[in-house]
Design a protein around this ligand. Sequence first.
Ligand SMILES: C[S@@+](CC[C@H](N)C(=O)[O-])C[C@H]1O[C@@H](n2cnc3c(N)ncnc32)[C@H](O)[C@@H]1O
Ligand code: SF4
Length: 387
Amino acid sequence: MMPNMSLTTPFAVYVHWPFCLSKCPYCDFNSHVRHGGIDEARFLRGYETEIATTAALVPGRTVSSIFFGGGTPSLMQPATVQTILDCIAKHWTIAPDAEVTLEANPTSVEATRFRGYRSAGVNRVSLGVQSLDDAALKELGRLHSAQEALDAVAVARSIFDRYSFDLIYARPQQTTDAWERELTRAIAEAAEHLSLYQLTIEPNTPFFGLHKAGKLNIPGEDLARDLYDLTQTVCAKAGLPAYEISNHARQGAECRHNLIYWRGHDYAGIGPGAHGRLTIEGRRVATETDKRPEAWLLRVEESGAGLTVSEKLTPGETADEYLLMGLRLAEGIDPERYSALSGRALDPARISILRSEGAVETTADGRLRVTQSGFPVLDAVVADLAA
Ligand SMILES: C[S@@+](CC[C@H](N)C(=O)[O-])C[C@H]1O[C@@H](n2cnc3c(N)ncnc32)[C@H](O)[C@@H]1O
Ligand code: SF4
């Protein structure tokens, strides 16, 4: 008999809002610009329908985290957020201490909606500040200035107990000195959590074309490594150590939602292009919905869900996902859970080589984790260990 999933494992709901005011030239997230506007009420009905359909697949779960991501969820009306939260509460149980995060762009217009989001039930915001340098913001194609972003952070601070913001580093022309100053300034504005992402050049973005044409002078491997090391040192000193490769928090202030992904628990993906991982009849199922907003909406209206993928994962795939996600965390993975999921243990010979190279270590309680010097080559470490 399966254990009662509603009591034994954390469960999260991810809601994707796929619209943005403009497309940033580095971004390959599922985001779309609709100059003519969208029918928000009709989309809302689509979200409600998809929540009901998904809840029928995994009934009786207790939701410990909800995350509105994008795209730009801060373009949603607070009433839309409220209705989605009410709908989640109608179909599952929301834990009394659930974390409810909304990703917001830091413009003054969006900050005016923060109070409405709080009344709707949002208790944490994550702001895409990206940089505190106006020239860099311009180059990143952002619609806000550094001051506007700082003002939005101040509004967030006055309304929410918990907030975080994102910065992108290893940007074109960035020096270690300039990044140290910017990061120090950012830490002064941060409370408990910061996401610090190295710029990645994603295929099919304008930055990819510029980079290929030699018009984007991004840091080479050595400078990128120096910027990463500097980030770790400055944040650790300020009491914000990395708990995941790009995420820093004071102890206990980690983003619970992302921990659910990285620790290999279940989450429902709602909205265009959302991914989910659900345990159905004892099997882990990967779900994915249509990325195109209007096509997703039509699918939902016709069939109740926007699903394009619903695939039962093999034990090996489930275990490798646990490895891939879990090794991003400073706490690492439990090798016994890996064995239980895959039916075979991690290769001790491969672990031993990686350990001798200083890339991984085993903690006193038997967990396997990537070291500070292993993190910059995390992909290679995972590839080495995976089945
Ligand atoms: C889903 S995005 C959306 C957040 C929100 N729409 C915004 O732009 O403020 C989440 C974060 O991913 C990061 N990001 C997006 N594309 C990136 C890239 N190519 N390299 C590094 N970070 C990136 C940004 O820091 C961004 O805030
Ligand atoms: S970075 Fe944010 S605002 Fe820019 S296109 Fe991506 S999702 Fe939209």
